[in-house]
Design a protein around this ligand. Structure first.
Ligand code: IYR
Length: 223
């Protein structure tokens, strides 16, 4: 082994039956998560958002450079500005930029260019990927596996928010360079997605279409 600093690592010694039960229990809770497009304006404590961002910040990532930034947006003015800019992009998308095949694929979800949830939900977490910067965020050190790292972090962010009993929606307006300007982030950061967070609106529904999940046999192989 190369000479580098280490600290001890171990995990609790559970019986395998407990491990199976715990894996299935978390699976069942995660399967309850749905992408929600109807949010109430009920407030959500910032402490939950902070904990979820810290969970995301613990994700495995390239060379421990942690190439991410999470902008927590709750200011009504900022949310309105994000909504207006996102809806302008979405109107182009739905009015012709998107292929017919893409629009057909979206039809069962019932999405359109109106994004009221960007203003109604109490929190938007705008996720940025840092192409450069290293752990010191010096702006020049090369980062590695940036999309993979930030993707995993987003999964952990969403899982934590779900575990806290909150509804989430990943929103990806395209193009989304405007998010960099509105959140005051530098050019070297690339906006990846907006995670909308809050409580579902009274009477909220989700598309039945998305209940159809590929079964284990289809998504796995065993060698
Ligand atoms: N960004 C658009 C379109 C959209 C695209 C996909 I792929 C989705 O799964 C959902 C929406 C929008 O937010 O409406």
């Amino acid at each position: 082994m190369r000479d580098h600093d280490t600290v001890p690592y171990s995990l609790p010694d559970l019986p395998d039956e407990d491990r199976i039960a715990r894996a299935r229990a978390l699976r069942d809770r995660l399967k309850q998560r749905r992408s929600c497009r109807y949010f109430s304006d009920r407030a959500v404590p910032r402490a939950i958002i902070e904990a979820a961002i810290e969970a995301a910040g613990s994700a495995p990532n390239g060379a421990n450079h942690q190439p991410w930034h999470f902008a927590g947006v709750s200011s009504p003015d900022k949310k309105r500005a994000i909504r207006e800019a996102a809806e302008a992009e979405e109107r182009n998308f739905y009015a012709g930029k998107a292929s017919g095949e893409w629009l057909d694929a979206l039809a069962p979800l019932g999405t359109d260019a109106d994004k009221p949830f960007l203003e109604t939900a109490p929190w938007l977490i705008v996720v940025f990927a840092q192409r450069k910067g290293g752990i010191e965020e010096d702006g020049t050190t090369q980062n590695y596996y940036v999309n993979e790292s930030v993707g995993i972090a987003c999964g952990m962010l969403i899982a934590t928010l779900h575990e806290a009993g909150l509804a989430t929606l990943t929103h990806t307006p395209s193009p989304m360079g405007f998010l960099r300007d509105l959140c005051g982030r530098p050019d070297r950061e690339k906006p990846l997605m907006v995670v909308v967070v809050g409580h579902p609106a009274q009477g909220a529904t989700v598309p039945a279409h998305a209940l159809r999940k590929k079964p284990l046999e289809q998504i796995s192989s065993w060698l």
